[in-house]
Design a protein around this ligand. Structure first.
Ligand SMILES: Cc1cc2nc3c(=O)[nH]c(=O)nc-3n(C[C@H](O)[C@H](O)[C@H](O)COP(=O)(O)OP(=O)(O)OC[C@H]3O[C@@H](n4cnc5c(N)ncnc54)[C@H](O)[C@@H]3O)c2cc1C
Length: 386
C-alpha cells in the first residue's frame, strides 16, 4: 500500500461514481414516490434494487471475493459507503439492503463448514443476519454485562437469556449470539427459525426498530460455536473496527447530502428581500459544515488506510466514528434550522437522518466509550511511559 496523495485511485473514483449514480437514478427516485408516513422502502422495491445492484456488480462489496463478495479494502469501503448513503433510508443499511447485507465480520473467521453453510449462501441469496451482544445489563461493557448462558449438553449448546436492541433480528436468516459459557464469552451461530427463539419489536427514535430476542432453551449444534470457546469478545473486536468505519463513512455521506440540500435551499429562499445565502450567519453555517465534513472524512480515510496497512488502528477508528457521527448530527441539525419549519417535515430526509444520527452516537461504541478509548491511548503516551 503506497501513499499517493489525496487523489483517489482512478478505479476507486469510478466505483464511487457508479455507486453515486445508482443512488441518484434508482434509490432516491424510489424514495421520492413514498408518502411521508413510510418508515422504510417497501420489500418489493428493495428486491428490485438488489437485482439491479447485482447486475451492476455492486453486491456485498465488503465481503471477501473468495466467498462471492466484492473483496474491497477498508479504504475502498469507506469511499463506497459514503456515496451509497446519500439518500433518505440509508440507516441501518443503504437502500434498505439494495447492495446486499454483509455477513457479520466474525463469520469470516468461521470454519469451512460454517463458511459453506452460512457465509456463501448468505452472499448468494442476499440473506440478512443479526449480531446479538447487548442485554438489559448493558451494551458498553459486554464482558461484565452478558448474562445469556450457554451450557454444553451432549452434542448441543443450550442457550438461555435475553438480548435487547438487536437490529434486523426478526427479518434475519440467522444471527451471531454472544453468550457466557464455562470458558468465557463465546459466539454462537443461531438459525432464526430454531425453536425457543422469539422476537419482539422495540420502538425507538429511528425508523428501523430493533428487536428484543428471548432465548428459551435454544439448542444449537456444537458445530455452530464460532471460533474458540471463550473467544467471543475477540471476534466482536474484529466486527467493531470495520463496522465503526462504515458508520463513520455513512455519517459523512449523510452530512454531505444535507449540505447539498442546504446550499440549494439558501440560494432560493428569500427573507427580508434577499436570499438566505447572502447573510453572513448563513454563510458561516455553510462554512462550518464544509470544514467539519472535510475533517471527518479525512479522519475516516486515515483510519481505514491504517487498518488496511495491518496497523493497530483502534484509536483512529474510534476517533473517526466519534467525529463523523457527531459532525453529521450537528450538520443535519444546523441544516434543519436553515430550512425552518420545512426542516422538520417528513417530506424531506432531514428529520429522519437527525433521528438516525441520534442513534449513531450510541451504537457501535457510544461517544463516551470512544472518548474513553482515545483518552486511554493518549495518557499511555505520557513522557516516561513506554
Ligand atoms: C437502534 C439501536 C440498534 C441497536 N442494534 C444493536 C445490535 O444489532 N446488536 C447489539 O448487540 N446491540 C445493538 N444495540 C445496542 C447498542 O450496542 C447499545 O445501546 C450500546 O452498546 C450502549 O449500551 P447501553 O445502551 O446498554 O448503554 P450503557 O452501556 O448502559 O451506557 C449508558 C450510557 O453511559 C455511558 N457510559 C458507559 N460507560 C461509561 C463510562 N465508563 N464513562 C462514561 N460514560 C459511560 C454510555 O456511553 C451511555 O451513554 C442497538 C441500539 C439501538 C438504540
Amino acid at each position: 500500500l503506497t501513499f499517493s496523495g489525496f487523489d483517489l485511485p482512478e478505479s476507486l473514483a469510478m466505483l464511487r461514481d457508479v455507486v453515486a449514480r445508482f443512488v441518484a437514478e434508482h434509490i432516491r427516485p424510489a424514495e421520492e414516490v413514498l408518502g411521508p408516513e413510510r418508515r422504510a422502502l417497501p420489500p418489493e422495491t428493495v428486491q428490485d434494487l438488489q437485482t439491479r445492484a447485482r447486475r451492476a456488480g455492486l453486491w456485498c462489496l465488503d465481503a471477501p471475493a473468495e466467498y462471492g463478495g466484492g473483496g474491497i479494502s477498508a479504504f475502498e469501503s469507506v469511499v463506497v459507503w459514503e456515496a451509497a448513503s446519500q439518500h433518505r433510508f440509508c440507516h441501518p443499511v443503504p437502500g434498505g439492503g439494495a447492495f446486499g447485507y454483509n455477513p457479520p465480520a466474525p463469520m469470516f473467521q468461521g470454519n469451512q463448514g460454517q463458511i459453506e453453510r452460512y457465509v456463501r449462501p448468505h452472499i448468494e441469496h442476499g440473506w440478512l443476519a443479526f449480531t446479538a451482544i447487548a442485554e438489559a445489563a448493558g451494551g458498553s461493557d459486554p464482558a461484565r454485562a452478558i448474562r445469556t448462558q450457554a451450557v454444553r449438553r451432549g452434542d448441543d449448546w443450550v442457550l438461555n437469556g435475553e438480548k435487547l436492541w438487536i437490529t434486523h433480528a426478526a427479518r434475519a436468516h440467522y444471527g451471531v449470539v454472544y453468550a457466557r459459557s464455562a470458558g468465557g464469552i463465546s459466539c454462537f451461530i443461531v438459525d432464526a427459525d430454531i425453536p425457543g427463539l422469539t422476537f419482539t419489536e422495540m420502538p425507538v427514535v429511528r425508523d428501523a426498530w430493533p428487536f428484543r430476542i428471548t432465548l428459551d432453551d435454544v439448542r444449537v449444534p456444537a458445530g455452530n460455536l464460532l471460533g474458540e470457546e471463550g473467544g467471543g469478545l475477540a471476534l466482536a473486536g474484529a466486527f467493531l473496527q470495520r463496522g465503526r468505519l462504515v458508520y463513520a463513512a455513512r455519517s459523512v455521506g449523510v452530512a454531505e447530502e444535507a449540505l447539498r440540500l442546504a446550499k440549494e435551499w439558501v440560494t432560493n429562499r428569500h427573507t427580508f428581500g434577499a436570499p438566505l445565502a447572502s447573510r453572513q450567519a448563513v454563510q458561516f453555517a455553510i462554512a462550518n459544515a464544509r470544514m467539519r465534513i472535510e475533517a471527518a472524512r479525512l479522519l475516516t480515510w486515515r483510519a481505514a488506510w491504517l487498518l488496511d496497512a495491518g496497523r493497530d488502528a483502534r484509536t483512529e477508528v474510534a476517533t473517526a466514528k466519534l467525529v463523523a457521527t457527531e459532525t453529521a448530527y450537528d450538520v443535519v441539525d444546523e441544516v434543519m434550522q436553515l430550512f425552518g419549519a420545512m426542516g422538520t417535515s417528513r417530506e424531506l430526509p432531514l428529520e429522519g437522518w437527525w433521528r438516525d444520527l441520534r442513534v449513531a452516537r450510541i451504537v457501535e461504541g457510544a461517544s463516551e466509550i470512544l472518548r474513553h478509548q482515545v483518552a486511554a491511548a493518549e495518557m499511555a503516551r505520557l513522557p516516561g511511559r513506554a
